[in-house]
Design a binder for this molecule. Structure first.
Ligand code: FAD
Length: 276
């Protein structure tokens, strides 16, 4: 009998760095989220991203950067994804089902981490589209509320249905028994959600930059304008969005920081390209 046949059989992983999909949810025609098993050795800071993907047609890994949308305490990993028509990865990835495998390189990196900011009173998360993914992680991390009295999640999409992932997440968090137990009934007031649309009519509209420079968001929320003494910010969207928001934040007197040099705000692109 050949030696190989005598050896105990182990479940063969079909992909390098394979993880198994445990859940998939489609939010719109162009957005979906999914959960995968977490490598036992993977440690990350909420807000970081990893490279994930599938085997391409040429048999080589086809990998893209993805923010981890789940917090660092979660035993699984969650991702929130665009479906780019004809996108090399997402045209395939959008068809994954529970039980399928994806490739996940366990090397988390990124600038949207609490350690890259100086202490402050209020933390602003500013995102467009799938740029909410790192904040989906940070909003679910109790350390965020240990460091900041108040968190404001501003999320802007073209249409109202594109906001649903974030809206549900915030609503679930506000009723989260663990956070309620730690922070008391007051917790619901510590996480403020300010969603807007740009193309479809909705209760709140407009670009994040416009709502900040006009002062509308501060009026609506009854908050003082952003100041370098009290406010910190994290930004995640298209390159154009990031550049515009950076200008606005610098106009308020905030300075861009990094892991190596914590300051008042940090920026990360949600994807390469111009986007929407
Ligand atoms: P690609 O060839 O990669 O992209 C084709 C075009 O689609 C791009 O030129 C761009 O114009 C557009 N595009 C790509 N991604 C997006 C997007 N997310 N929203 C709007 N337009 C887009 N994508 C996610 O869906 N979720 C994430 O959490 C995420 N995190 C990222 C973190 C970082 C640091 C970076 C750099 C990118 C991130 N991306 C994320 C984008 C991701 O890496 C891929 O670009 C995306 O999955 C599309 O892959 P693709 O191969 O199908 O198309």
């Amino acid at each position: 009998m050949p030696v190989a046949d005598a050896a105990p059989k182990t479940a063969a992983k079909t992909l390098p760095d394979a993880q198994t999909v445990t859940a998939v949810r489609h939010w719109t025609d162009s957005l979906f989220s999914f959960r995968v098993t977490r490598p036992a050795s993977l440690r990350f800071r909420s807000g970081e991203f990893v490279m994930i993907g599938l085997l391409g047609d040429n048999g080589k890994p086809l990998l893209r950067a993805y923010s981890i949308a789940s917090p660092n305490w979660d035993e699984e990993l969650e991702f929130y994804s665009i479906k780019v028509p004809d996108g090399p990865l997402t045209s395939k990835l959008q068809h994954i089902q529970p039980g399928d495998e994806i490739i996940l390189r366990p090397k988390p990196v990124g600038t949207l981490v609490l350690d890259a900011l100086l202490p402050g009173k209020r933390l602003w998360f500013l995102a467009t589209g799938t740029g909410i993914a790192p904040f989906a992680s940070l909003m679910r991390d109790p350390e965020t509320y240990e460091r900041y009295e108040q968190v404001v999640m501003m999320h802007t999409c073209r249409t109202a249905d594109e906001l649903t992932y974030g809206r549900e997440l915030v609503e679930n968090l506000k009723h989260d028994p663990l956070l309620g137990e730690i922070y008391g009934e007051d917790f619901a007031n510590r996480l403020i959600y300010y969603p807007t649309t740009t193309r479809e009519e909705s209760p709140r509209m407009g670009r994040i930059t416009d709502n900040m420079t006009s002062g509308k968001v501060f009026q609506d929320l009854g908050l003082p304008p952003i100041s370098p003494e009290t406010d910190r910010a994290m930004v995640c969207g298209s390159l154009a969005f990031n550049v515009d928001v950076k200008d606005v934040l610098e106009g308020f007197g905030l300075r861009e920081g990094a892991n190596s040099e914590p300051r008042e705000f940090v920026v990360e692109k949600a994807f390469v390209g111009e986007g929407v």
